[in-house]
Design a protein around this ligand. Sequence first.
Ligand SMILES: [Ca+2]
Length: 565
Amino acid sequence: MKKRMRYAAVVMLSAAIAITGCSNEGGQNTEVKADLTKLPEPGDFSEKLTLQLSGSITKGKAEDGSYVQKRLEEQFNIQIVNTKVDTWNADQVNLMVASGDLPDTFAFTTSGKNAQQLYDSGLTRTIPKEMLEKYAPRYMKMLSENPPGPIMNLKKGTDNEYLQLIGQYSHVDGLAWGPTLRLDWLENLGIEPPGEMKPVGPSGGREKILFTEGAYTIEELEEILKAFTFNDPDQNGKDDTYGLLPANNNLNWAGTLMGSFGIYRGYNFVENDKLVVTEISQKYKEFLKLMAKWYDMGIIDPEFTTLDEKLGWEKYKQGKVGYYITQPAYIAMDDWAKGRAPQNIVENPDSTAKVLAMAPEIGKDGQQGLGAYLPVTNLADAFYVSKDVTDEELARILQIFDYINHDDEARWTLYGEVGVHSKWEGEPEKSALKVLPEYAQEEGNSGFWAYNFRTYSKERVKWFTSEYTLKLKDEFYAREDIKEKMLIRPYKWDILNETNLPEISKRYSGQLNTIVDEFRMKAIVGEIDIDKEWDKYVESWMNNGGKETLAELEKAPKVSDLLAE
Ligand SMILES: [Ca+2]
């Protein structure tokens, strides 16, 4: 089988060179044009093709002759060769890359190589824009609706050849996190909620989680955290609660607190006419000073230096912490979020705890928000076509890709037929789909997800998101005016791969992160005087690769320009 494919590839190669030019030679372009007149029209599948396919979910568990495989083979007149490799396993992927024996399509979850490197290593081919327009029109429409999608991932020096296809990440649209407070504690202390409240859902614990679009100012929040620490908010007569519990392994806990200063970790902006990254900015310094003040006041749980995010959830569950950050799906109590704070406090049916989710706290300049999950646009990930794939094979592959990933009629490639292979979790068409236990969720006997890419339109997000999460996002977290007002984006970003930032980051990010993490920890717990040590800290950051990072970042385009494309 394999041999026959290789032979076919060799035979086709001369033709391919004539058609596309020798695509891997030299960077200077090339004026490549696929000769579309020699290829079948869209929908013409008269020639039977053999394709070795894989996708984002491929873990080598696809069984030959699965439901999805058979249907796709019939619909597109193809014979599918399944990829029996775990593409989530770094060792297996590296072995496959080193051998050069790659499936015709792949989207490795684990891979040390980016699009340019895979292409330069002779492992992938480019994908002509003309072919995408003809054979994957839905994909191209999606790109054009998500600027700067059409100019991302172009081969250097060309405007009509893509190094990879990209995924639509509608599932990360909007504010990924928002703050919550213990509502029963607020009530015990006689503190008014900041706006009108309604429950997230009618039952299952959701009735004990309320949501309001209102927000406290950062000064009001400080007073609340103080009362949560010193005024026995749980009324057990013991001094056993804290306002805020940070985590020692990431900055999720600080998302909207930093947002009230208008900043987000890892992003950049202009301050005093100079391009700065968040971590050396005056605004960040002010944020650190506030956290140091709160620590000094005693409203931050000092145990946080030894607790990562997961251990923090445990401590929250014991009822010792009043403020916690949440994703919409957590408070909607989606299955996968079980055990996570703050929903874990109401999971027990006997729990009398109540949680109030609210809009991000408001900073002193009226700033309110959170960094966008993806810096520029909701496009991410990579889907590749192997070097040996001919134009004729590519034409077929693109039609399959466009259908299974961008035509909602192809829902059966992920969930089969509703009523046969899967069922609605709640209300039909309004809740998530659940695959029935006799069928494999992915690959296996069903073949679900076996050839699909990790790309989700807004419609497709509904297939795996609970109705309560969708409602929260529609009504607040991903509402257009909320996104407009509250999403923080960097000033510049190298989304078109025009700078040397990946190389610089590889060289310096380790030591820069160490400098930043150490300073933040010491600053918050009062081990250092932030004002006194600040200049030395910035200087150290600059001298350890920061200068190079900023100089390269200057060359990147402005995000506002990219979004206006
Ligand atoms: Ca107490």
